[in-house]
Design a protein around this ligand. Sequence first.
Ligand code: FE
Length: 336
Amino acid sequence: MNQLNRSAILLISLFGIIAYATTAFSQELVVYSARNDHLIKPVFELYKKETGVTIKYITDKAPVLLQRIKAEGSNTPADLLITVDAGNLWHAAKEGVLHPVESEVLAANIPSHLRDLDNRWFGLSLRARTVVYSTERVKTGELTTYEDLANPEWKGRLVLRTSKKVYNQSLVAMLIKEHGVTKTAEIVKGWVDNLAAPPFSNDTKTMEAIIAGQGDVGIVNTYYFGRLAKVDPNIPIALFWPNQSTGGVHVNVSGAGVVAASKNKDSAIAFLEWLSTESAQQIFADVNMEYPVNPNVPINPTVAVWGSFKQSEINLANAGENQTAAIQLMDRVGYN
Ligand code: FE
């Protein structure tokens, strides 16, 4: 082969690579997000800055977005679905709208209990659903486990958020995985018997009830505590890490999956992988005072002061698998 031919071939293959790169990698992605606008926007803006890729998005409740993706079918513009709570991600996977992603990057960056074993969804930020207590009326030695809150010494002292919230459904679903239905029903019945007030509509109201002296102890997501403590650092409540000598603290995630009908799967996967890396992880966790799922990424100092804890390492798919059983169980024992 002469020099001219060789250069020609080189040039042709170079054009081929460029053509491939431009067709395979879209410069625009569409995200359907159940995570609020102000929590996702900074991450999307950073991605645009780093890669030039524009992220268009809509936000709505997870079930609405799931229905929309199903209704749009093969015409959906969605490339990535972001939701909070593994129960919601599990549902999306079960409905067949998520594409399995085999990725060494995601496998390395995200601990296996925080992602789908069939690789259809991946946790991106971690929230702990832990015990919160009155620093005026509870001594830390009194607290031990979630299960212990069912014991008679907490009679008339426990406050809880409604069982209608997926966070509590996931908590109970994970207890079912650990203890079975019968024992979990005993525990949850014990909680109901110990309630100081009817369940509250959200975690903030649950904590406000403790601050107001209506109850002494409750179960909340840590970032809601963070929001209250940011406004008033002297609130008379504190977080406690239960189950440290047993299964660990109940955790959950916000996470994402690539939409099965996406026409930009390669770019969507690249974006998902980027979301598991340091710069993205830091913002994704920090904006909501959550924990990065990637264990190599430092925890925000405001969050780190709450202390370190052992987390449950039961795979979060169980939150979805046992969700119906959890709802039925809570209904049966009168947890509204
Ligand atoms: Fe929340």
